[in-house]
Write a protein that binds this ligand. Structure first.
Ligand SMILES: [Zn+2]
Ligand SMILES: [Zn+2]
Length: 159
């Protein structure tokens, strides 16, 4: 699906959601939705707010928070809890992917695997219908590993 089609489609879904649930269709809410669907990957509330600064709408932290709650409920956004920080991500028309989380620097990388997908989707779940899923894998990223190796070498030289 092309990007512009996705933008139209998510706007439709959000409009229907707001109407059905008796929420106001404010231009700020749609500007936030637009912004989110222009971001690739994960973002925090701070990052989203900063990126909204060039928009013609001045959106407060409260408006962003409130709109994210609605978007989560409308299944247009997913929320991740990485370590102590909450990060968000668009979810419509996005392929299932997993997350590699560095326990040293907290960096999160997306990771896709067809093998994993096939295996997981074949699992019979007892009295449960899965709608979506995501794996979190913890470890050390290559940058941190390099820094660790350098530190260890320096340590050895001192000894
Ligand atoms: Zn790292
Ligand atoms: Zn992700």
């Amino acid at each position: 699906m092309e990007d512009c089609n996705v933008n139209i489609k998510v706007k439709q879904i959000f409009t229907e959601y707001l109407e059905k649930n008796g929420h106001r269709k404010t231009p700020e809410r749609f500007a936030i939705l637009d912004k989110i669907y222009s971001i690739d990957g994960h973002f925090s509330i701070e990052q989203l707010q900063n990126s909204m600064e060039d928009s013609k709408f001045r959106v407060s932290r409260a408006t962003i928070y409130n709109t994210l709650t609605l978007l989560l409920d409308a299944a247009l956004v997913i929320k991740h809890s990485f370590d102590n920080s909450s990060q968000y991500e668009k979810s419509y028309n996005i392929q299932t992917h997993h997350h590699l989380i560095c326990t040293e620097c907290g960096k999160v990388k997306d990771f896709k695997s067809d093998d994993l997908r096939k295996n997981i989707e074949h699992i019979r779940l007892p009295r449960f219908t899965m709608t979506h899923y995501s794996l979190y894998m913890y470890g050390i990223c290559s940058d941190c590993k390099r820094i660790k190796t350098i530190k260890r070498k320096k340590q050895k030289q001192k000894e």
